[in-house]
Design a protein around this ligand. Structure first.
Ligand code: SF4
Length: 378
């Protein structure tokens, strides 16, 4: 059986964070949604009968907005419709506000073995500014509670380049985070996503942005402090203790197959990308009346896939495995990208060693610029 990643999108949030561009609605998930999700599993699972799900990821939105009973139903349905590997990595994103003893015990009993907590910052002033509903101390207690209840694979998210965030604020967040009982940290700089409150403020010139010096100092702190405390930077935004890299996210970066279920979820099977339309009500209505939710299907050309292969692999510490590239696309990387690779090596943004082409320290700081060089004109 070949493996498959399974992603379930739970598009509900108590309130919208000012920076977030993910699709979600401000209500609680109701039982219609759980039934519709089960229908989608029933409808799509026959194509995956010969696949073994070795990673499952409940993302959102806020998956912990599901009640304990609803979560149990979702997990039961996953097991009913898909083959799940006995040592599957099963991750669930959780909001610190939802992580009560009872909720965590229930999640563990249901087989969730990794949680990802949106902690974001150690600074309550910044947490309020970005629209988070918890304080840093609540997040810390939630993480410690989860650890005490047996979750020994915990990831947290942190953010930097936030409006009004000083270098020392971010440094404090990093130094606080490394002392939490966690195995993984994802660190994101603020990106102004279209339609978000922060993007609107920025358009009016009302959003305080860090200077280049501040951004660079934050970046350097991140790259220095996390590895110093045993978190290896294995992907541009991800740091893990030994043996705790995210197996699910690796499927995205290595362009392996994954199936996404739920409104706005994306799948990638071979060269086909499939994205369900956002819109919870329409999703429920279609599935509960025997229809299919609207979706966008995109068939990627070899050129599209090759570009993605390059920049997704470059996100990872090991970079592009040159032999694998040649096997996959019939020619060495230099056949298509010699000029670009030579230039990026000269600029000291890329390095080649032991059959791998990867980003240097400076290259990772300028990731987007490097990735753009791998878009081929035709
Ligand atoms: S960051 Fe998370 S909790 Fe906040 S709006 Fe986005 S999905 Fe919801």
């Amino acid at each position: 059986m070949t493996d498959l990643g399974l992603y379930i999108h739970i598009p509900f949030c108590r309130s919208r964070c000012a920076y977030c561009g993910f699709y979600s609605v401000g209500t609680k998930p109701d039982d219609r949604f759980i039934r519709a999700l089960a229908k989608e599993m029933e409808m799509r699972s026959p194509d995956f009968r010969d696949r073994l799900c070795d990673t499952i990821y409940l993302g959102g939105g806020t998956p912990s907005s599901l009640t304990e009973k609803q979560l149990a139903e979702v997990m039961e349905n996953i097991r009913k419709y898909f083959h799940i590997s006995p040592n599957a990595e099963i991750t669930m994103e959780m909001n610190p506000c939802d992580m009560t003893d009872s909720y965590l015990r229930n999640a563990r009993a249901l087989g969730i073995n990794r949680i990802s907590v949106g902690v974001q910052s150690h600074d309550d002033r910044l947490l309020r500014k970005i629209g988070r509903l918890h304080t840093a101390s609540e997040a810390e207690k939630a993480v410690k509670r989860a650890y005490a209840l047996g979750f020994h694979n915990i990831s947290i998210d942190l953010m930097y380049e936030l409006p009004g965030q000083r270098v020392e604020d971010f440094r404090k967040s990093l130094l606080w985070a490394v002392h939490l009982p966690i195995t993984h940290v994802s660190v994101y700089s603020l990106i102004l996503e279209e339609g978000t409150r922060f993007a609107q403020l920025a358009e009016k010139g009302l959003l305080q942005r860090p200077t280049e010096e501040v951004s660079w100092a934050m970046y350097q702190d991140m790259c220095r402090i996390l590895p110093h405390y045993g978190f290896e930077r294995y992907e541009i935004s991800s740091f893990a203790r030994k043996g705790y890299r995210s197996r699910h996210n690796r499927k995205y970066w290595e362009i392996s197959d994954y199936l996404g279920l739920g409104p706005a979820a994306s799948s990638r099977i071979g060269r086909t990308r499939f994205t369900i339309s956002p819109g919870v009500r329409l999703y429920e209505k279609e599935l509960l009346t025997g229809g299919k939710p609207p979706a966008e299907v995109e068939n990627l050309s070899e050129k599209d896939e090759m570009e993605e292969y390059c920049f997704l692999h470059l996100r990872m510490k090991e970079g592009i495995p040159l032999e694998d590239f040649e096997k996959r696309y019939g020619h060495p990387l230099a056949y298509w990208y010699k000029k670009q690779v030579d230039m990026l090596k000269k600029q000291k943004l890329l390095k080649e060693e032991k059959g791998h082409l990867f980003l240097t320290y400076h290259g990772s700081a300028l990731g987007n610029y490097v990735f753009e060089q791998f878009l081929r004109d035709e």
